[in-house]
Design a protein around this ligand. Structure first.
Ligand SMILES: O=C(O)c1ccc(O)c(O)c1
Ligand SMILES: [Mg+2]
Length: 644
């Protein structure tokens, strides 16, 4: 096995001054970085100061980039470009950085003849060689003549100079839908540099896509695991470097983005190893890959905590009662209510400061603050999260003498909501401070209507969106669905569902489904306030096996169905040819419908409790994979009418 992957990141990927970037890069655990020229040119640091600062931080300068528009059909211009390159070599010498990235020219006057281009690159390589430096030639996807990695490699091969190699950039290759398997045919030592970027699938001009929407591996839709396996098979041993042009990252917290960046490379290494194993590849050729502790089994969502605030707990209490949860106990010293339905538990925190569920949250907004997932081994999850550099938070019991809860591991997924992995000892630990009502035993005989939680939808601030996606994909190996834009009466919202397939020890499938919704105007720290301003985002969907029975039970509990427009049911009839009788039954209980190639989906909704939070009941028939997003606008319209 070779040596461990060295991690690197281009300074362009982060916000702030060069000094802030370099400090954050070191703090995030990178081994080195790419100097993005505009960052250096605008810095007050001399080359030697940057070199010494990097050395102090234990970072190497892996690449100086980019050198643009080297080749030219006009000889005088090329001669001038060589002089410009020499000036850059002077800087690189002082920086102690030995590799210059030369990208293919997007100019009209670029050389359009392979022989002449080969000659010009050979000349540059000869100059670099004389200074002890190297040239890494990269095909930009929008290059005039060279815009494919195979073409760049052919030029490098033809030029046949020891100081000339190629630079592979996953964005330029995968954005064009190019087949990356040819990377295997490039000798590893001629790949002088590797730049990695993911990106969401978008239908737009490639240059715009590249300059504004790249993101870290695990945040987009590219198959970087397979890409990485090709690079490994080629025998490349240089750094794995992130080069991310992204408008949001340019405005976000430098430290947090750098931490996500480093995590993305750990995640990618595990993914590449998975692909190598799937293909039975000889892993001896490339670098040794990072291996985090494996995922332990999960048994589904079993508990929720809701911060109600003193003003709203009666609304919330009524909603829970209507959907069939029973108030079974109270905390002995705090205003915390314990609710149950089957194996699910909900704690409502009505204390003024929401001391237990969400210290610091404004108390007037009902918010889902904790999602508890049953796990036989929370500590294994804690170790995995820590290895992937996701902070694990302490969980304190409410009370004056605050003590930690037992057998639980907490990961924060948004500023308002945490995911808690709860072990077998967890319930007894925190429930011992609750007094159970004598009526509790009466409810125990009730047959639960819900089999569990189908999914949870969360409001996510835009500056945390990619970070949350990466957390869920790296720690839980959740798979993203196709993202979509949901338009409704109050605007538009980006929505992205993620699923982790999971079969419990009892053989029952309990996929973990989370839907992320990007709230316009929400940034870290205010996502729940922005969500409340918008309304109708955050919800918990309970699963059942017969929605008509569930609806009837709820109505016997006092639930009043949402009134959905008759136009909606006419439209369903037109689209799906459902019988009038079925449509009438659905309409009577506010039940909505969707179907895909795999099955059918029935769902109904409560009004919002407070400005945003609501509950949903769903029945999946067959293998329906969606969330009924097509109904979101109609659902929100009905909720808005219900509030009046
Ligand atoms: O967008 C660009 O110009 C640009 C520059 C250098 C790179 O390595 C790259 O991938 C893109
Ligand atoms: Mg690049």
């Amino acid at each position: 096995m070779g040596r461990q992957v060295r991690t690197s990141v281009a300074t362009v990927s982060l916000s702030g001054s060069l000094e802030e970037k370099v400090t954050a890069i070191a703090a995030a655990g990178f081994d080195g970085f790419e100097v993005f020229e505009p960052d250096f040119v605008s810095s007050p640091w001399s080359p030697r100061e940057l070199a010494s600062r990097a050395a102090d931080l234990g970072l190497t300068l892996d690449l100086y980039q980019p050198f643009r528009d080297l080749d030219s059909a006009d000889d005088a211009t090329f001669a001038r470009n060589l002089i410009r390159a020499e000036r850059k070599f002077d800087i690189m010498e002082q920086l102690g950085c030995d590799t210059l990235l030369v990208c293919s020219s997007p100019l009209p006057e670029a050389v359009r003849d392979d022989a002449r281009l080969t000659e010009q690159l050979h000349t540059l390589a000869e100059h670099a060689h004389g200074r002890g430096l190297r040239i890494a030639y990269e095909a930009l996807a929008w290059g005039t003549h060279v815009n494919r990695y195979r073409h760049a490699w052919k030029i490098v091969q033809d030029a046949d100079h020891p100081a000339l190699g190629t630079c592979l950039d996953s964005f330029h290759i995968l954005s064009r839908g190019d087949d990356p398997s040819g990377i295997r045919d490039i000798p590893g030592e001629k790949i002088f540099f590797l730049q990695l970027a993911d990106a969401p699938r978008m239908s737009m001009d490639i240059l715009q896509w590249s300059r504004h929407h790249r993101n870290f591996p695990g945040q987009g839709n590219f198959d970087l695991a397979t890409f990485g396996a090709h690079v490994q098979a080629a025998g490349y041993t240089g750094p794995w470097s992130l080069e991310i042009f992204n408008d949001t990252f340019r405005q976000s917290s430098t430290g947090r983005t750098a931490a996500d960046a480093h995590r993305s490379l750990l995640y990618l290494q595990e993914e590449v190893a998975r692909v190598q194993a799937e293909h039975g590849e000889d892993t001896g050729r490339g670098l040794a890959l990072f291996e985090p502790p494996p995922r332990a089994p999960l048994e589904g969502i079993v508990s929720l905590r809701l911060a109600a605030g003193p003003g709203k707990d009666s609304d919330l209490r009524q909603a829970l009662q209507h959907i069939g949860f029973r108030l079974v106990g109270r905390h002995r010293s705090h205003d915390l209510q314990l609710w149950r339905h089957g194996r699910m538990t909900i704690v409502v925190d009505a204390t003024a400061g929401t001391v237990w569920t969400a210290p610091g949250l404004p108390a007037h907004l009902p918010v889902l603050t904790q999602i508890g997932i049953r796990s036989s081994d929370p500590d294994a999850w804690g170790e995995r999260a820590a290895a992937l550099e996701v902070p694990v938070h302490e969980v304190l019991l409410p009370g004056v003498d605050t003590a930690p809860e037992s057998d639980v591991v907490r990961l924060k997924i948004t500023d308002a909501t945490s995911l808690d992995l709860r072990g077998p000892g967890s319930a007894a630990s925190w429930q011992s401070a609750f007094d159970l009502y004598p009526t509790e035993s009466r409810w125990q005989d009730e047959v639960p209507v819900f089999t569990g939680v189908d999914h949870v939808a969360l409001a996510v601030p835009s500056d945390n969106w990619d970070g949350i996606m990466l957390l869920l994909r790296s720690v839980f190996a959740m798979a993203p669905h196709e993202g979509l834009d949901v338009t409704d009466a109050v605007g538009m919202m980006r929505s992205q569902a993620l699923t982790m397939d999971q079969t419990g020890a009892d053989g029952v499938d309990r996929p973990l489904r989370i839907s992320l919704n990007m709230v316009p105007g929400a940034v870290s720290g205010n996502s729940h306030i922005a969500a409340a301003r918008r309304g109708g985002i955050s919800h918990v969907a309970f699963a059942c096996t017969d929605i008509f029975t569930a609806a009837a039970t709820m109505q016997s509990n006092g639930f009043e169905p949402l009134v959905i427009s008759p136009n909606y049911y006419d439209d369903l009839e037109a689209r799906f040819g459902l019988s009038r009788e079925l449509l009438d039954r659905m309409s009577g209980s506010g039940i909505m419908y969707d179907a895909d190639a795999h099955g059918e989906f029935f769902h109904l909704f409560t009004q919002t409790v407070g400005a945003d939070l609501f509950f949903e009941v769903v029945q999946r028939v067959g293998g329906y994979e969606g969330y009924g997003d097509a109904n979101s606008a109609m659902r929100l319209a009905a909720q808005l009418r219900a509030v009046g």
